[in-house]
Write a protein that binds this ligand. Sequence first.
Ligand code: C5P
Length: 266
Amino acid sequence: MIVETAKAKLNLALHVRARRADGYHELETLFAFVEHGDIVSATRAEADSFMLAGPFAGVLAGEGGNLVTRAAAEFAREFGHGAHAITLDKRLPVASGIGGGSADAAATLRALGRLHGISVADMFPIAAALGSDVPACLHGVTAIGRGRGERLEPVPGLPGTPVLLVNPGVAVSTAEVFRRWDGVDRGPLPADPRAGRNDLEPPARAIAPVIDDVLDALAGAPGAGLVRMSGSGATCFALFDGEASRDAAAAALAGRGWWTLSTRLT
Ligand code: C5P
């Protein structure tokens, strides 16, 4: 049995530069990952099976289908290697800007790759076909992403930095958030992501105004540094100057009914 963590993905900054003819958007983003995520387990089996568990299993089942089974099917089509029993322990909120399905797909590929001795580099073409964030999640290291997000340039990260993730419980459609982007190119990614932006914040906030409350609450927390929405939202994050200030912020938010995750950058 191979077990892989589908680490949650953060966009420390996300600059949307242009709308493309193929319907996607040209991005410059700084990907980072945290220690926690969904858990994918895979083993060889007589017949393919998929089991869903965990606190967000019901939400995902309601959406019908998921990227784990698609990733496994793509792997089988490309490399063969027979059938697998795969379990997804769904711990992260669905459609929330922190990778979710993309990280699950990437963890599935990593698990099957480990079972059969196939390298991450060899699985890269499948990853890009499964979704824009899947290549970044497959590598799982801090990196600048360009193109749709699939052209990756690893950069030094800030491993161990305490992070608080907060999701107000509103699922936001990535496609709709991109559709509502105003088409204005506000410039390239700066060297320091703190000086950057998430250009998807305004359209996401228009769909889910509660994102403003989350960002305000995090910005007001003692010890919070970079505070931003991740991806197309609605999950927001804050980097903290210590675990005590992060945990105090989480405790202060406990009454709001929001999902929170206290973790660290990897
Ligand atoms: O690639 P993925 O399937 O994860 O993207 C979901 C949706 O998000 C796309 O259908 C597209 O509408 C939007 N998207 C985009 N530009 C990107 C990534 C995603 O417009 N770079």
